[in-house]
Design a protein. Structure first.
Length: 135
């Protein structure tokens, strides 16, 4: 599967006809390593709390730190959206729960020889999104 493709999304609660596409485009932006200025409009700043394996990141500043780290650590990741549960948009904001399968090649340099693996991980994430500035 290429970075621009996303697997079909199973929508449990369809709050908005465009929500699936909006979520899928968010993950495509992560896979492409889009510029931070293009990714931030998907996220609310006030009250944002993201839980990732690397830690908990708050607000746009926290997301910037996480994004900088992972876009230099992973180079071929693919997110496949499995399920989206969302609330209706209110004032261009929504609350949602997403299950996504993530995979990427990771390599260890020590001890030699170099060993690489490609784990596939299902994650269950949630948070608030904002569609201001997003077409």
């Amino acid at each position: 599967m290429s970075h621009s493709e996303v697997s079909p999304v199973e929508t449990i609660e369809r709050a908005d006809a465009g929500l699936d596409d909006w979520v899928a485009e968010w993950y495509r932006a992560l896979d492409r390593h889009d510029e931070i200025s293009d990714v931030l409009p998907y996220l609310v700043d006030d009250g944002l709390e993201l839980h990732f394996p690397e830690g908990i990141y708050c607000g746009h500043d926290g997301f910037r730190k996480w994004y900088e780290a992972v876009t230099h650590r992973f180079f071929d990741e693919v997110h496949e959206v499995r399920r989206v549960v969302g609330q209706p948009w209110v004032n261009d904001r929504t609350s949602l729960q997403v299950v996504v399968n993530w995979s990427s090649t990771t390599c260890s340099r020590c001890p030699a020889p170099r060993r690489c693996s490609r784990p596939r991980i299902d994650t269950d994430t949630g948070g608030d999104g904002e569609r201001s500035g997003i077409d």
